[in-house]
Design a protein around this ligand. Structure first.
Ligand code: PLP
Length: 410
């Protein structure tokens, strides 16, 4: 009998019948509070009526019009919408389907634009599962185990993870930037380095926010050496952190932003944004794909951006994020070494008495929460961080309900 691959091991025992907003209803009629949001994808909540209507209408008009063959209206409407929320200097867009493809696109563009082979990524970063993006991923060895050789030309510098180093944020940042200078002086020269590729908040790496001094240090070095600064906003974009884009917290201007996840409330679409001058350095034929910028996904993305604006979801993310972070900190018990986050990205790191990651307790807590009707995920190199990433429409009452369950779990 044909069956699903054993690799598709579910983090929770739930089989969904239908879902609305922050709630999932399973095939046995049970209600679950969804603090996973399809891994940060359903930004406007499950099946937001406006997104559903836009997609349904588009399906009846045009499903697919391959964008290097014919242009279509939903894609032009999406470009228009995105120009209203992106930093004004990033005035050129290209679309693909997944976060990994967006990262691949940013890598190709960085190499083409600079003529340089290497990139520097940061410890704990997650950028995808294709061979190139798995090479750039250091948030766990499992993402590239067993299929080496990986891509060459990737160097890894520290990300300021104060908790793990047992330092202050300032000390961790000074160390990270010093190590970056060391790498640029020894392992790859500035003249060989096309880009720094970095997340504003380490996502899969354990919900660790960066900081202003660190990102400004990257910007300064990028400017000095003609290196591009690529901000991977796949997980942090579209209001997730309490601002429209994560980098806005840190007073820094990226050269390229990658976009995916929250952009279309669950329809697969991704993209990169750069200046037109930079984007024009991409070689004809080197960017593209059959399905990129799918018409239904574009229509859903336009509706998503409208809902984010009309319902004030960026502000809600900031407010509910503060409520969730404070409540999670208050709930922490012995064995939780750190609670941190930004906006609606909140993580509790489980640490054993000897300071090592406590994966078993994190997994047990996540499983127990699922039994009590609260769906959560884990992340971090050792999957020892329990993370909360609800839809941006989550209400104060739902945050309270989740915190009450979390308290009982702990
Ligand atoms: N970049 C970041 C920051 C991510 O969080 C992810 C996915 O979690 C990706 C890239 C890869 O996206 P996808 O799984 O859509 O390929």
């Amino acid at each position: 009998m044909t069956a699903l691959s054993p690799l598709l091991k579910q983090a929770t025992p739930v089989t969904i019948d239908h879902a609305l907003g922050t709630e999932i209803f399973d095939v046995d009629g049970n209600r679950h509070l969804d603090f996973t949001a399809g891994i940060g994808v359903v930004s406007t909540g499950h099946c937001h009526p406006k997104v559903v209507a836009a997609a349904q209408e588009q399906v009846g008009k045009l499903i697919h019009g391959q964008y290097t063959t014919v242009m279509h209206q939903p894609l032009l409407a999406l470009v228009d919408k995105l120009q209203g929320v992106l930093p004004s200097h990033l005035d050129s867009l290209f679309f693909a389907n997944s976060g990994s493809e967006a990262l691949e696109a940013s890598l190709r563009l960085s190499r083409q634009a600079t003529g340089r082979p290497n990139v520097i990524v940061f410890h704990g970063g997650f950028h995808g599962r294709t061979v190139a993006t798995a090479t750039m991923t250091t948030s766990g060895t499992r993402f590239s185990a067993g299929f080496s050789p990986l891509m060459g030309g990737v160097h890894v510098a520290p990300f300021p993870t104060a908790y793990r180093y047992g330092w202050s944020e300032e000390e961790a940042t000074a160390f990270a930037l010093k190590e970056l200078d060391y790498i640029l002086a020894t392992l790859t020269s500035p003249q060989e380095t096309a880009a720094f590729i970095v997340e504003p908040v380490l996502g899969e790496g354990g919900y660790i926010p960066g900081n202003t001094a660190f990102f400004q240090g990257l910007r300064e070095r990028a400017d000095r050496h003609g290196i591009l600064l690529v901000m991977d906003e796949v997980q942090t974009g579209f209001g997730r952190t309490g601002k429209m884009f994560g980098h806005e917290h840190f007073d820094v201007q990226p050269d390229i932003i990658t976009l995916a996840k929250g952009i279309a409330s669950g329809f697969p679409i991704s993209g990169i944004a750069a200046s037109e001058e930079l984007m024009s350095k991409a070689w004809p034929g080197s960017q593209g794909g059959t399905y990129g910028g799918n018409a239904v996904a574009c229509a859903a993305a336009v509706a998503t951006l409208e809902v984010i604006e009309e319902e004030g979801l960026v502000a809600n993310s900031a407010e509910r994020g503060t409520q969730l972070l404070e409540g999670t900190k208050a709930a922490a018990v012995d064995g939780i070494g750190d609670v941190r986050g930004l906006g609606l990205l909140v993580g509790s790191e489980f640490t054993a008495a000897d300071g090592t990651p406590d994966t078993a307790r994190a997994q047990a807590a996540q499983q127990l929460a699922a039994k009590k009707g609260l769906l959560l995920l884990t992340c971090g190199a050792h999957m020892n961080v329990v993370r909360m990433i609800p839809p941006l429409v989550v209400t104060a009452e739902q945050v309270d309900e989740a915190l009450e369950i979390w308290g009982k779990v702990l």
